[in-house]
Design a protein around this ligand. Structure first.
Ligand code: HEC
Length: 121
């Protein structure tokens, strides 16, 4: 009987340790996420979008000219378009731009919308 009791205390202790560790892991993850989002968006943009849009968003690349990518730094265009439209264009494609919803998560598309906003000059 005694052994069983001690054993159950031990396993309770083990479960608590697992809980504490996963709580720590989860909080570390959620605290870190916003900090990395901006850097991630730039990395994704430079890898997947800059071939057409250019790193500066002006679309002055060979592929940008071929596909007629607009100048995304243009302030009056930025004023005209909603975040929702940018999100949908990136997800579903627009004109000669391919859809990215299969390749990029919704969170990352959100981060890309914010990144595109920062290209405004
Ligand atoms: C194959 C070339 C190409 C690639 C790669 C590409 N785009 Fe585009 N993009 C275009 C073209 C063409 C348009 C449509 C014309 C325009 O509005 O610039 C466009 C439009 C847009 C728009 C404006 C949409 C609107 O509603 O007016 C945004 C924002 C955008 N792209 C972001 C991105 C992001 C973010 C990526 C990378 C995940 C990306 N694009 C990758 C060619 C491309």
């Amino acid at each position: 009987m005694k052994i069983v009791t001690r054993h159950s205390w031990l396993s309770l202790g083990a479960v608590c340790a697992v809980c504490a560790l996963s709580t720590l892991a989860i909080s570390a993850f959620s605290v870190r996420k916003p900090a990395t989002a901006a850097a991630d968006a730039r990395t994704i943009f430079n890898r997947q979008c800059a071939s057409c849009h250019g790193r500066d968003g002006r679309g002055r690349t060979r592929k940008g000219r071929q596909t007629r990518a607009r100048d995304m730094t243009d302030a009056s265009w930025q004023d005209d378009v909603s975040d929702e439209r940018l999100f949908n264009s990136i997800s579903n494609g627009r004109g000669k731009m391919p859809a990215f919803r299969q390749k990029i998560s919704e969170n990352d598309i959100d981060a890309l919308v914010a990144y595109v906003r920062r290209l405004r000059r």
